[in-house]
Design a protein around this ligand. Structure first.
Ligand SMILES: Cc1cc2nc3c(=O)[nH]c(=O)nc-3n(C[C@H](O)[C@H](O)[C@H](O)COP(=O)(O)OP(=O)(O)OC[C@H]3O[C@@H](n4cnc5c(N)ncnc54)[C@H](O)[C@@H]3O)c2cc1C
Length: 289
């Protein structure tokens, strides 16, 4: 590994100033769990790293918003999200999913900002936050902006993060009345990277599915919303026949990719099974109060 500097800014403004030169070799990092792997494999060789850890005291908040939504700071560790009573109450699917995301050593160090910015389609958190209707909070040289999590990913390791921008957090709308689940299929241990990851959120009104969001990660080149599967659910009864129709639509719609964990065709069949299972699990999980 070639030598590099590490700097520790104490404010977002200072961090943005350090990034403003447009130098490809300068990069921010949070927990470093993904970045260090890229550096050790020779995939990325920075000249200067900007450690966002010093912002932790101000940016690791996890709080309920006035409208019943949720706000999570970019510097919150995945462990703190998992253990947060606010998350367990207002978006329990996130806390449940954390238990099978990597291992406790990674979750103690990795931050929400890093988990969102990395852009690997195998990440577990983005499909969940997208299914919950989350927005990424960003700050950059031109000020602050937001981007829906579902449209934040543009390709493999590619996001809508602009040059010189940083993620400051994520905001979720109120989840009351929504039923959500995330199920990942791994080809090795249960807490390994997913081969397919499916996140769903449903709202059932008077015995019919009024709204649905279905996201798939890992099996596709980037996080993907399955809109025709959602359409197959809408106004249907929340039962096995409707879920099977949505699963078939998902398998038809998703553009799956070959990888070391399986062929595209195999992943399409996995997706058909896992969409059905995840919908059934969301129904069982019940609505958030
Ligand atoms: C052994 C192992 C197993 C794993 N298994 C899983 C798994 O099963 N499921 C899963 O989802 N993930 C898994 N991961 C990946 C893990 O979730 C990510 O490495 C982690 O979430 C990245 O967070 P970080 O804070 O360490 O990011 P960093 O490594 O610090 O940064 C990652 C990227 O994000 C950028 N970045 C970081 N913070 C910001 C910010 N605030 N604004 C803008 N850009 C930023 C960096 O420049 C870098 O490009 C695993 C990782 C390891 C090492």
């Amino acid at each position: 590994m070639r030598n590099f500097d590490i700097v520790h800014p104490s404010s977002w403004a200072e961090a943005l100033g350090l990034l403003s030169g447009g130098d490809e070799g300068t990069r921010a990092f949070s927990g470093g769990t993904a970045l260090m792997l890229m550096m050790k494999s020779g995939f990325y060789a920075p000249t200067r790293l900007i450690h966002l850890g010093a912002l932790e005291a101000r940016c690791s908040f996890i709080e309920a918003t006035a409208d019943g939504g949720l706000l999570i700071g970019a510097a919150a560790t995945l462990s703190s999200v998992e253990a947060s009573p606010v998350v367990q109450r207002s978006a329990p699917v996130i806390a449940q999913a954390m238990k099978k995301l990597a291992n406790v050593r990674v979750r103690n160090v990795a931050r929400v900002g890093g988990a969102l910015a990395h852009g690997d389609p195998h990440m577990d958190l983005p499909p969940i936050l997208a299914a919950l209707g989350g927005e990424v909070l960003l700050c950059g040289p031109d000020g602050e902006r937001t981007c829906p999590v579902e449209s934040f990913y543009t390709g493999y390791l590619e996001t809508r993060l602009s040059q010189g921008e940083l993620i400051t957090g994520v905001r979720l709308p109120p989840q009351a009345g929504w039923r959500s689940a995330y199920v990942k299929c791994t080809t090795r241990a249960a807490d390994d990277w997913p081969t397919v990851g499916v996140a769903v959120s449903l709202r059932v009104v008077s015995g019919a599915i009024a709204d649905a969001r279905i996201m798939v990660g890992a099996a596709t080149e980037r996080l993907t919303r399955l809109t025709s599967a959602e359409a197959a659910l809408r106004l249907g009864a929340p039962d096995a026949a409707t879920f099977a129709r949505a699963a078939d639509a998902a398998a038809q719609e998703a553009v799956t990719v070959d990888s070391a964990s399986g062929s595209a065709g195999y992943k399409t069949e996995l997706l058909r099974v896992y969409v059905r299972r995840t919908l059934a699990e969301a129904l069982l999980n019940g609505a958030v109060q």
